[in-house]
Design a protein around this ligand. Sequence first.
Ligand code: NAI
Ligand code: MG
Length: 500
Amino acid sequence: MTDETHPVPSDPSHGFSLEYAPAPESTSVVTIADDYGLFIDGEFVEPRSDQMFPTVSPSAETHLANVAAASAADVDLAVGAARRSHTDVWGSMPGRERAKYLYRIARQLQERAREFAVLETLDGGKPIKESRDVDIPLAAAHFFYYAGWADKLEYAFPGRSVSPRGVAGQIIPWNFPMLMLAWKVAPALAAGNTVVLKPAETTPLTALLFAQLLQDVGLPPGVVNIVTGAGATGAALVDHPDVDKLAFTGSTAVGKQIQRAALARGVPVTLELGGKAAHIVFEDAAIDQAIEGVINGIYFNQGHVCCAGSRLLVQESIAEPFVEKLKRRLATVRVGDPLDKNTDVGAINSSQQLAKITELVEVGVAEGAELFQPDCVLPDSGWFFRPTILTNVQQTHRIAREEVFGPVLSVLTFRTPEEAVAKANNTPYGLSAGIWTEKGSKILWMADQLKAGVVWANTYNQFDPTSPFGGYKESGFGREGGLHGLAPYLSVGPMGGQIR
Ligand code: NAI
Ligand code: MG
């Protein structure tokens, strides 16, 4: 943008600058303890395992706190507490009373939204703009929404008897810690279940703050129990014989293990796993809006999104100018300190994830893809990855087949709608897809053909608690959100049954 006739002074002393001044969000609103125990039966308790592990800030690589690593014995205590509270209190509490607690949780989340957003960003690395405007408001919205169902289960399943399943074991990932907590905890509680939740090992802090919030709202002890730890803690929860229902969001590999374990015990399970979404742009699309949609689709939350639009399928007739525009737009994306209110792309969640992204992009280039990365300055410390566009990508490339879970877009082209469908569906996954075209009939035809649980048209990444979300094939099964998300937490009896 600078040329010889119109130099743009970047030094503020020249009077103006096109650089954004730093706009850091204050962290004074959060208090982080040195150590956190497990949240069992309404109290923070020391782990029987005596094991602790650190959680760090991905943007500064600094230590934040030590968190308990729950052993199988700790998980057993948590499940026992959940069972007792289900039998004695929560399972038989009238829905209208359960609803009051859920509304109280929702309101508290709103009141303390800034605290939760800052902590989410500190522990996970996502931009404060996103935790403030998306993660936390949506988490609260899920509690409000499911609070509304708690006393209306007979309308949800008319004429049927419904009863809670009992104790729900829930395992969540690190990409949307509070939002995934809300997706799982809110419907479970509304339906009358009690919960043992295992947060991800790199992002446990907001779940532990949520535990404090539950104490503040006076939720009866044992209704929600939170056991921190890594995969072994998750596996102990999956294998516990007294868990009645399992729900998991995470990698396909772990999802398959959990499915096997659940099948062996005959426990119902819902799995929300990876994705490799096609984001399809036709030549008749509103191009500028599509550019924004594609950028949001893949660079939102550093691309740590199961439904990320990681494969751009652009119609050949507009491919060249579209990709040029996309590159120009990408150059304006601000990468850096997640706590800065202007940051669009924050830190990669862990050094392992950064290594995975780096490796897959290197493989892509070695396989013949052409790499584009804007010339942005990355912070000196922390785990960061330049937002990336790979062109010349073939369907056989690993970069076109495997989930990168990072800010990396692979570009492919197509000529006809049939070819777009064939390429979009040519993946073991089936979670989401996006379509950009001015033609409504094309949208309907495409949406019908695409093997994806969620299809967005002329928009992307729209989430709402009333709308079910979930996948096909290796993206898992079962739905979260809406009535579909309530059903897995209930045993629904035959027609004519009594309502509890
Ligand atoms: P992961 O599947 O290992 O972790 C997700 C959760 O499962 C965490 O809470 C973890 O502690 C737990 N877990 C791990 N092993 C377990 C086991 N054997 N039994 C029960 N629980 C277990 O995912 P990870 O390693 O953090 O990420 C690897 C890749 O998985 C990512 O690069 C991404 O491609 C994908 N992923 C997809 C997510 C999604 O939203 N669908 C979320 C996180 C990761
Ligand atoms: Mg962390």
